[in-house]
Design a protein around this ligand. Structure first.
Ligand SMILES: [Zn+2]
Length: 222
């Protein structure tokens, strides 16, 4: 049997796993493209920063100073963002411990690695991690600017939800929350899409303010 008789399958599996890894890595660290319609009807393709860069900017914005300066009054820690970077940066550092340039540099280094068919399972695992992080980041980015409503949910009447945070502590927070996704009840799961926010405002008897239901009478008195 010559080497030409060897089944091509392992190489094909490797090629597919590499393509998936490349796609998943670029979904996290590659630039994004958005299609906008110009006033004259033309489609314009715009580039946007990577999901990872957008999370980094969001983190810096929420933590005040990006490079360790001490603000006079420290803003509250963005726990979800801290958890995100702890997991992503920690995991990717374990994948490429020799490359010191941070997560994007480490992923680019891994993309250029001489992988063999024996690495297919490992590559598939990396891709699964990356895709989960992309969807987690998208959720966090879409959820930015979220604020709670002190009013009880018009559907289930619940006004508070208790959830267990990463430190294992029980935390109470208002059941209703408004974000770029719309409004959501964390108890019964009811969702009001952005275009339906006026219906929610009416149910809560809040005056709509600048197209949003953030009437002061609905904000928690903190
Ligand atoms: Zn509810």
């Amino acid at each position: 049997m010559t080497e030409y008789d060897a089944p091509a399958l392992p190489q094909e599996r490797l090629d597919a796993a590499l393509r998936a890894f490349d796609d998943a890595a670029h979904a996290l660290i590659g630039p994004r493209f958005q299609v906008r319609i110009a006033p004259d009807g033309r489609r314009i393709v715009m580039t946007a920063p990577s999901v990872y860069d957008e999370m980094t900017a969001e983190m810096a914005g929420r933590q005040g100073t990006a490079f360790g300066g001490v603000a006079r009054s420290l803003p509250p820690l963005w726990v979800d963002g801290v958890d995100f970077f702890r997991e992503v940066d920690g995991e990717v550092a374990a994948w490429a411990p020799g490359e010191l340039g941070g997560t994007p540099a480490r992923l680019n280094y891994l993309l250029g690695w001489a992988w063999t068919p024996l690495d297919v399972v490992q590559l598939d695992t990396y891709s699964a991690y990356l895709m989960r992080w992309v969807s987690l980041a998208s959720e966090l980015i879409e959820g930015r600017g979220a604020f709670p409503l002190a009013a009880p949910c018009p559907k289930c009447q619940a006004s508070e939800v208790v959830h267990v945070d990463n430190a294992g502590e029980h935390v109470r927070k208002p059941a209703l929350e408004v974000s770029m996704r719309g409004a959501e009840c964390h108890v019964c799961g009811e969702v009001w899409e952005p275009r339906n926010l006026t219906l929610l405002a009416a149910a809560l008897r809040c005056a709509p303010l600048a197209g949003v239901v953030s009437s002061p009478s609905c904000l928690p008195s903190s």
